[in-house]
Design a protein around this ligand. Structure first.
Ligand code: RIB
Ligand code: CA
Length: 323
């Protein structure tokens, strides 16, 4: 017997578009099981106005419906804005796409987030794929929104690796205080971190096929993937294999069975110095001496993605985006 058709999951994406944020948006607006209620923009990969421009460009290229897009924080809560040159000078791979004709809404990101969360008849899933500045400001300004948030599935942090620093992932490193506020939001949280993020790669021949598509959105996905070398400095035949990056967080909402998670304590190191922005994931099998001396952690557990079915997510992405 076929599964009863579930109504689409209401989602809001908070992004710093961003080559891989763009891949995530293309998936989200084309997946029949997701209802994108709003998209909010924050400084991260590039400046916030560039993020707004890139986000609107992606929606236009994808022929997406007129989803409200709002401009958010220009910089982190404490740190200055520190962009990610790997996304190109325009923040989206310098693909030379035409400027968007669409405009953002005339309210800020926190206002749009609050409005759309509280207006939803069913609890909303938030998918931050960027520094968590907007989310932190939302939680501090309108804590009442937590009553209508089903889960926050964020791309950020890491169990064992780093990219911005040897131990810190870019989104958390960019605004560590905001990440710490997210982790105490008091709603279910899934951490889609670098450990799984880097593994989900589309093979080069498939990227070539996407780039040859007659559909602008599919072609854009191919061009974006070609910009994201799966293994920087990897073998030449892998030169156009592309990592799905942030799109993996959207896959996790659309098909949660594609990741394996463990409920673990997660804390963010806020101390100045080499560990700042590191997510400390406690995988010990039993409490340590610190707990006996009253120094134990009290943060709520986080559902940390510790494994991912790469083929399943690549298949999901291609079946959804490729037309
Ligand atoms: O560390 C990777 C994350 O930082 C991705 O979300 C990428 O887009 C950047 O925001
Ligand atoms: Ca991002």
């Amino acid at each position: 017997m076929s599964q009863p058709q579930q109504s689409p999951i209401p989602v809001i994406i908070d992004c710093d578009t961003g080559v891989d944020d763009a891949l995530a948006l293309l998936l989200a607006v084309r997946h029949p099981g997701l209802d994108v209620r709003a998209i909010t923009c924050v400084a991260g990969n590039t400046d916030v106005d560039g993020v707004v421009r890139n986000t609107l460009t992606v929606l236009e290229q994808a022929g997406a419906p007129d989803i409200p897009v709002a401009r958010g924080a220009e910089r982190p809560l404490i740190e200055p804005a520190r962009h990610a040159p790997v996304h190109g000078s325009d923040g989206m791979g310098d693909l030379g796409l035409p400027a968007p004709s669409r405009r953002p809404v005339d309210v800020d990101a926190v206002t749009l987030l609050r409005r759309e969360i509280l207006a939803s008849p069913t609890p909303v899933t938030l998918i931050p794929t960027a520094p968590l500045t907007n989310i932190a400001l939302l939680l501090r300004t309108h804590p009442e929104v937590t009553r209508n948030i089903a889960r926050i599935v964020f791309m950020g942090g890491a169990v064992e690796v780093g990219n911005a620093t040897p131990v810190a992932e870019f989104n958390v490193w960019h605004d560590p205080e905001a990440a710490a506020i997210l982790l105490t939001a008091g709603v279910p949280i899934t951490m889609y971190g670098l450990d799984v993020f880097t593994r989900v790669v589309v093979p080069a021949p498939t990227v070539h096929r996407l780039r040859a598509s007659r559909d602008p959105g599919t072609r854009l996905a191919g061009d974006l993937l070609a910009h994201r070398p799966a293994t920087p400095g990897g073998s030449p035949d892998d030169s156009e294999a592309g990592g799905l990056g942030d799109a993996g967080a959207v896959c996790t909402v659309a098909d949660p069975g594609g990741v394996t998670t463990r409920a673990l304590p997660v804390e963010v190191s806020l101390a100045p110095g080499p560990t700042r922005g590191q997510t400390i994931v406690d995988r010990r099998v039993r409490p340590g001496e610190a707990e006996h001396h009253g120094e134990g952690r009290t943060t709520p557990l986080v559902d940390v993605a510790v494994d991912v079915d790469v083929d399943r997510f690549v298949k999901l992405y291609l079946e959804t985006v490729e037309r």
